[in-house]
Design a protein around this ligand. Structure first.
Ligand SMILES: Cc1cc2nc3c(=O)[nH]c(=O)nc-3n(C[C@H](O)[C@H](O)[C@H](O)COP(=O)(O)OP(=O)(O)OC[C@H]3O[C@@H](n4cnc5c(N)ncnc54)[C@H](O)[C@@H]3O)c2cc1C
Length: 382
């Protein structure tokens, strides 16, 4: 299941079988001078089928949406063995229920995806990549809003890295801290993409970004900025962001939360949740990073000074999850922004989703898979 079924350049779509890896899908698009914008640290091994089943997000959701937004049609095998060939290539098709959305993000509980029609976009001609340093998370959110207002669709990524996360990844991998004099800075990695082939377009973008940054510094909104001067430096900036999870793994177990809250509530949510955690576990230091433009934070708790050892940390897992998820609920957030429910968060889903919604999900599952043969026990406890 890893064939390329069709590339339609004029329609800007590609039809791929589900076993094609995300990296290969990106390369196929690239060969046609186009972009398949989904981008994840696991892209070398993750497949199109897995991306769809988990409705994967990643770093470019801000501009292009998550996997659900990138899919026009699906082919799949239903639990009763029937094949649904829904390889729609249309951008407009209002003919009743849009069935593909049932299967995207269903984590393989309703059917096996065998192929998909995916949207393609004009490939950026150049990108501008920069780190900015700010005083606190509030200022990061302000900087995001200002950047989006100024650059709109050209803003293709805006990633937050907390002081803990940045110090950890730099220490673990011997990376140069981009703001070595300010280890307590709250940092964002910004990517602005230029799709215009006009010769002076990148220069204009650089100038406009520089004046945007200068005025933000003058007004005290941000403290400092570094713009990557080469492709190699851009890659290095992204490496710092993408290796945070690996750096956390190196220092031992941690309790992961993949949460989202409205962008306007991010700074307050973090402040209140950290204070609540600190109340119960003094000296606790969550390692926080994520996709500010999507309101999605990876709010991870590792051992730090608050726990004697990894066992003590893991013994507190349920309690820590409860503290975090109660705040998520208060801020109308989600306990799983992009990693799905699986088995680990299933019990939380039962607590946090409304009975009406749970019942609807259960009706759909039973209707399509009455013998519960598709990933039994995942998402729903049945
Ligand atoms: C290092 C790392 C970084 C990551 N970063 C991100 C990130 O930034 N954003 C994000 O959203 N996610 C991220 N993820 C999780 C990501 O969603 C998955 O890696 C990827 O999308 C899943 O693809 P996979 O092929 O590995 O699926 P698997 O892990 O093999 O499967 C995932 C689920 O999908 C089901 N499934 C797989 N294939 C099919 C199919 N053909 N039909 C039906 N069901 C199927 C499986 O049964 C399983 O329930 C990351 C994961 C790793 C390991």
């Amino acid at each position: 299941m890893n064939a390329v079924r069709q590339i339609d350049e004029a329609n800007r779509t590609m039809t791929l079988e589900a076993g094609v890896t995300l990296e290969r899908a990106q390369q196929i698009a690239h060969q046609y001078g186009l972009l398949y914008p989904l981008s994840l640290a696991s892209e070398g091994s993750a497949t199109i089928g897995g991306n769809l089943a988990t409705n994967a997000g990643g770093t470019q959701v801000l501009r292009y949406g998550n996997t659900r937004d990138l899919c026009l049609g699906l082919e799949l095998v239903l639990p009763n063995g029937e094949v649904w060939s829904g390889l729609n290539t249309l951008r407009k098709n209002n003919t009743g229920y849009d069935m593909k959305h049932l299967f995207i993000g269903a984590e393989g509980t309703l059917g096996v995806i065998t192929a998909a029609v995916l949207k393609l976009f004009p490939a950026p001609v150049d990108t501008l990549t920069a780190f900015i340093a700010t005083k606190d998370l509030n200022h990061v959110v302000q900087a995001f809003n200002a950047c989006q207002k100024q650059f709109d669709a050209q803003l293709t990524a805006f990633e937050y890295i907390s002081p803990n996360a940045l110090n950890l990844v730099c220490e673990q991998f011997n990376y140069l801290h981009p703001f070595a004099d300010e280890p307590q800075a709250h940092v964002a990695l910004i990517e602005i993409s230029n799709t215009s082939t006009q010769a002076d377009a990148l220069n204009a973008l650089h100038q406009s970004f520089h004046s945007h940054i200068s005025s933000a510094i003058e007004q005290g909104h941000i403290r400092n900025a570094i713009v990557a001067q080469s492709g190699a430096q851009q890659t290095q900036f992204w490496r710092i962001r993408e290796q945070i999870s690996a750096a956390q793994k190196r220092v031992g177990k941690n309790i992961k939360h993949d949460i989202s809250v409205p962008i306007s509530a991010i700074a307050e949510f973090v402040k209140i949740t950290c204070a609540e955690l600190e109340l119960h576990y003094p000296s606790i230091e969550p390692t926080i990073f994520g996709h500010i433009g999507d309101g999605n934070l990876h709010f991870n708790v590792s051992r730090g000074q608050a726990f004697a050892d990894a066992n003590a940390l893991m013994a507190a897992e349920t309690d820590i999850n409860q503290i975090v998820y109660i705040q998520v609920q208060k801020y109308n957030g989600s306990i799983s922004a992009e990693h799905g429910i699986g088995l680990l968060k299933r019990d939380w889903l039962e607590v946090l989703k409304s009975p009406v919604e749970l019942n609807l999900m259960s009706i759909i599952k039973q209707g399509l898979d009455p013998f519960n043969i598709m990933n039994p026990g995942k998402i729903l406890n049945q």
